[in-house]
Design a protein around this ligand. Structure first.
Ligand code: ADP
Length: 357
């Protein structure tokens, strides 16, 4: 096992900079997730760590070893791809054993490892099958098994669940987490799926346009996003963004004015006349039915219901601000069922408000 350290890594393809200023250190045994929209540079970082890409500049360490010029197969990392990349003509057992055979590991040791890995991934009864006789989930477990059998210092996983259907993806995600708890191997996991990032990670690295936006534990990034991109990327449904202006101790949101208490003004560091975006998470909007509310820390916003999505335990409501294109996501309990066209009074918790430039 090993820590992984990136120092100011940059990668250019011809004239295009895919990633830059990439600096972080993953302590030995932790599970880190690189997350961000398609094209933000996640795979390039992972492939650079694997040795499948070369950094244009910067330093990469695995353990204490500078590995920039060390070929992929000598880096002691194992990578699992989205498309499994199994050998179709080999059985499950042969696929799991292959990397060890290439390294000329003793055949008795190989046999023991295959049995152990198969047991930990519930593949014991499938060892004689060929990949095409397996489901997608089983194939992905074999791909994981092949990586685990090598007992690498670092696991690199590139969107390993994205070809699985929803239920299987959830199950496999939980299995992966359990596997990491058992093996404790330093793991770097790439995904565009914020739910995977939130549920799996010890630490999340949020990327956008080739640059790190924020690094932190899932809950701390969720509670204190560094900017609007991070705020709207993590969380489902996403944080609501309301264009607003600030004047005379009040916000103006599409012509609706609400006063801001001094403590909130100070917390948000507001400047007079400033145009800004307000951010509020769907769970911090409450439908107000009796017009009694805590004026000290709340404000009321009038909206018109557009779409109602009952999800069982909760109802998701999409509502528009009159006279504007802004649509808000509101998360309420399952028994609340307004109709499209209804006017609602929304109570905004000012303590949960974010402000972005
Ligand atoms: P992600 O994994 O987040 O979707 P990538 O790391 O694959 O993003 O890509 C980051 C950027 O680098 C993109 O703009 C992509 O087009 C570019 N890129 C990646 N690989 C190559 C390549 N081999 N040649 C040219 N451009 C590339």
């Amino acid at each position: 096992m090993a820590n992984v350290r990136l120092e100011d890594i940059k990668r250019r393809f011809n004239n295009v900079t895919a990633i830059e200023d990439i600096t972080f250190e993953i302590p030995d045994g932790e599970f880190w997730v690189l997350v961000g929209p398609s094209g933000c540079g996640k795979s390039t970082i992972l492939r650079t760590i694997a040795g499948l890409e070369t950094a244009t500049s910067g330093k990469l360490f695995i353990g204490d070893r500078l590995v920039n010029n060390i070929p992929a197969r000598q880096r002691d990392v194992a990578m699992v791809f989205q498309n499994y990349a199994l050998y179709p003509h080999m059985t499950v057992a042969q696929n799991i054993a292959f990397g060890l055979q290439m390294r000329k590991v003793d055949s008795k040791i190989i046999q023991d490892r295959v049995v152990n890995v198969a047991r930990s991934l519930s593949l014991e009864n499938l060892l004689d099958r060929k990949p095409k006789q397996l489901s997608g989930g089983q194939q992905q477990r074999v791909a994981l098994g092949r990586a685990i059998a090598r007992e690498p210092q670092v696991f690199l996983l590139d969107e390993p669940l994205s070809n699985l259907d929803a239920q299987l993806r959830d199950d496999t995600r939980a299995e992966l987490k359990q596997l990491h708890q058992e093996l404790g191997i330093t793991t770097i996991y790439v995904t565009h799926d914020q739910v995977e990032a939130m549920t799996l990670a010890d630490k999340i690295v949020v990327l956008n346009r080739g640059r790190i936006q924020q690094i932190g534990a899932p809950q701390s990034i969720y509670a204190r996003p560094a900017n609007q991109m991070v705020a709207t990327f993590l969380g489902s449904p996403p944080m609501n963004i309301l264009p607003a202006s600030y004047q005379n101790h009040s916000f103006d949101v599409s012509g609706q004015l609400f006063p801001i208490p001094t403590v909130v003004e100070e917390r948000l560091k507001l400047r007079q006349g400033q145009g800004l975006n307000l951010g509020i998470r769907p769970e911090h909007l409450k439908i107000n039915t009796n017009s009694e509310f805590n004026t000290e820390n709340s404000a009321l916003l009038q909206v018109e219901v557009k779409v109602v999505e009952p999800l069982g335990r909760e109802t998701l409501i999409r509502a528009g601000l009159p006279g504007s294109m802004t649509v808000l996501n509101i998360q309420t309990s399952g028994d609340v069922r307004p109709r499209p066209g209804d006017r609602l009074s929304l109570e905004l918790d000012l303590n949960e408000l974010f402000v972005f430039d």
